[in-house]
Structure formats: structure tokens, C-alpha cells
Design a protein around this ligand. Sequence first.
Ligand code: NAI
Ligand code: AKB
Length: 364
Amino acid sequence: MPVVRALSKVARQALQAPGCGCQPLAVAVTSGSDASFHSVSFSETDHPKVLITGGLGQLGVGLAKLLSDLGKNNVILSDIRKPPSNVFHSGPFIYSDILDYKNLREIVVNNRITWLVHYSALLSAVGEANVALARAVNITGLHNILDIAAEHGLRLFVPSTIGAFGPTSPRNPTPDLCVQRPRTIYGVSKVHAELMGEYYHHRYGLDFRCLRYPGIISADSQPGGGTTDYAVQIFHDAAKSGKFECNLKPDTRLPMMYIDDCLRATLEVMEAPAETLSMRTYNINAMSFTPEELAQEVRKQLPDLQVNYEIDHVRQAIADSWPMNFDDSNARNDWGWKHDYDLPELVQTMLNFIGAESRVAQVH
Ligand SMILES: NC(=O)C1=CN([C@@H]2O[C@H](COP(=O)(O)OP(=O)(O)OC[C@H]3O[C@@H](n4cnc5c(N)ncnc54)[C@H](O)[C@@H]3O)[C@@H](O)[C@H]2O)C=CC1
Ligand SMILES: CC(=O)[C@H](N)C(=O)O
């Protein structure tokens, strides 16, 4: 790009700076009318310096481990909670409250962060129990993240969710683009995140990437207060006592995914060349089941499992407004998304993991 065009672009960006009043620092290299922003060099893509916010929740530690296992060693986990000792001793951890803009900026600058994975959030059920806090963390916190990412030329990943859809969305299947009128503060905040991220992408060239996750199922990390949590708890209770009390009706169908697929998808979309992304927010899908179907599959391994249904009306109303099946054909066509785990593999893997853990616990 000729120098004059580059300089005039920087001047234009200064005038168009994001809401914090700060200017994006990176010089944009764009071609023609393509608004994508190649502020991250090749070597930075191969060896990104990654900050994960809300890293002590269900997903963050697993993502940090996946990135480290792949040789991307510059990963910093952050949260407002005290890390357990195994996490503290396995890699860098730093305190970061996403509502503290200056502290976040200091972390990004001092550590020369190039990728930001923004996991902090209040999930659907806890969000309904504390709307003011959910609004602050999920919306005000997101604004801080967007401004810092735009200011420092970061590649930004923000997860969205099946909860970004509502009762007026098509539910079986739910496509990427359709009516989105969620009825939870969680869903509203996630639609806001999708739209703000895409707006910053088009307006400021922010390299924003977003996947709508289904309910995520993991064995070695606990869910943080969502509607899909039952699908994790059932495995622990089935292995421990053979009894499970389910808070959703037996025929409540929701999209779900094993954590390894979810984390791999996240890495794949972060590594995808910008030109393969025809959109910046994608549905990703793996399987879809009801509590009854999950219990039947678990009974193939643990035939004595007893399930009792004690419906939580808040969670049931949320689940009844969410997609039953997700259409993720755009992710599959654009950047080659493909899941590995269907229901039988999920159940086998979860029970193997939990069984092995409890055998280790008995030995100690
Ligand atoms: N786990 C799931 O089934 C799904 C998760 N997602 C999204 O993925 C992301 C990660 O999810 P999980 O790990 O399951 O969430 P989680 O609820 O387990 O963890 C969220 C973390 O955010 C932290 N946090 C809360 N307030 C904060 C603040 N002010 N500053 C910094 N950190 C703060 C919490 O301490 C917690 O460790 C979230 O954005 C969630 O919406 C989307 C769909 C499904
Ligand atoms: C699907 C989600 O976003 C989360 N697990 C929740 O149930 O709130």
C-alpha cells in the first residue's frame, strides 16, 4: 500500500476510534474494499501470545492445555477467582477483572498479547438469578474487551451460545441467520456481543471471531450455572450413587457437544485464514439429545441408573425457548468444521474418565 494511503487510513481510524476514546494502535493493511484487518503477522499467528479471560470456568483451563500441548506456550489464564494449586502450577495465571479497563490494558501491553479469548460471563441460570451482575459482566465487560482488542490490534474470540436464540427463532434446525429474540439476560448479552463484535469488525477492522457453542460436556471441569448443566451432572451422579435428579423434563431436546470438539473448533476458527470466513459468527454443532435419551445411553454401561425428574421451572422455560438442533453448515463449508464425538462416544469417554478418576481417588 502506498505510504500516503496508509497514512490517510491511520488518520481516518483515529477519527473513527472506538468508544473508549482510545485509538487503534495497529496500522491496518487492507486491500481494495476488503475490510479485514491483518494486524497480526504470520509469526504472531504461529506463536500467538494468548490471554484467556474467565479462564477458571468450565472451558478455560482445557483451552490453555490444548494450546500448550500444540506448542503455543504463551498462554496466560486470568480470572477473579483463586486458582486451584494444579492450575496455578501448570502455567501462568494472573488476576484480571474484566470490569477494570486499565488493569486489562496493562496485562495486554506488558505481555504483548496478540490473541484474546474472552470467556468471562455469567451463564443462563445464574444470569437470571443476578441480572444486574450479568449485565455488568456480560455487556459492560464486553465493551472493555472490544475496545482493548481494537486498540491493540488483537485477534478476539468471544463465544456465543444456543442461548442467543429465543422462542420466535426456528428451533429445529436453527440456522446462523434468523430471528434472535432471546428471553434471558444471558441471551440478550450474547446477541449484543455478536452484533458489537461484527460492528467493530466492519467499522474498525477488529479481527473478531465468534462461535455459538451448544451445551458443553466435560468430565474434569464443572459447569458454571447454565441450563445444560444436567448433562454433566448425570455422569458424576450415575458413577457415584447410581441415582440422578434431573431438573429438565425427559423430552427436552438441546444441542450438546463434548469439550474436546468445542476447544478444537475454537482453535480452528482462530487459526482460519480471514478470507475463508464469510461470516464472523458461526453456529457449531455435534449432537442433540433429550435427558431420557442420554439416560438410556448411560444405562448401556450402568444399567441400574435411576433418574427422577424434579423440574426447575426457570431452567425449563429457558430450555423450551432454545434451539433443539443447530444448523452449522456454514462452519462446515467455510473452514471445514467437523465434530468427532456423537452421543455413544461422549458417554463412553465421560464414564471412562470419571471411573478412572474415582479409582485414583480410592487408591489415595
Ligand atoms: N459451558 C458451556 O456450556 C457454554 C459456554 N459458553 C460460553 O463460553 C464461555 C466460557 O464458559 P464457561 O467456562 O462454561 O463459563 P463459567 O461460568 O464456567 O466460567 C466463567 C468464568 O468467568 C469468571 N468471571 C466472572 N466475572 C468476572 C469478571 N468480572 N472478570 C473476570 N472473570 C470473571 C468466573 O469467575 C468464571 O471462572 C462463556 O462466555 C459462556 O457464555 C457458551 C455456550 C455453552
Ligand atoms: C448453552 C450455554 O450457553 C450454557 N451451558 C448455559 O446453559 O447457560
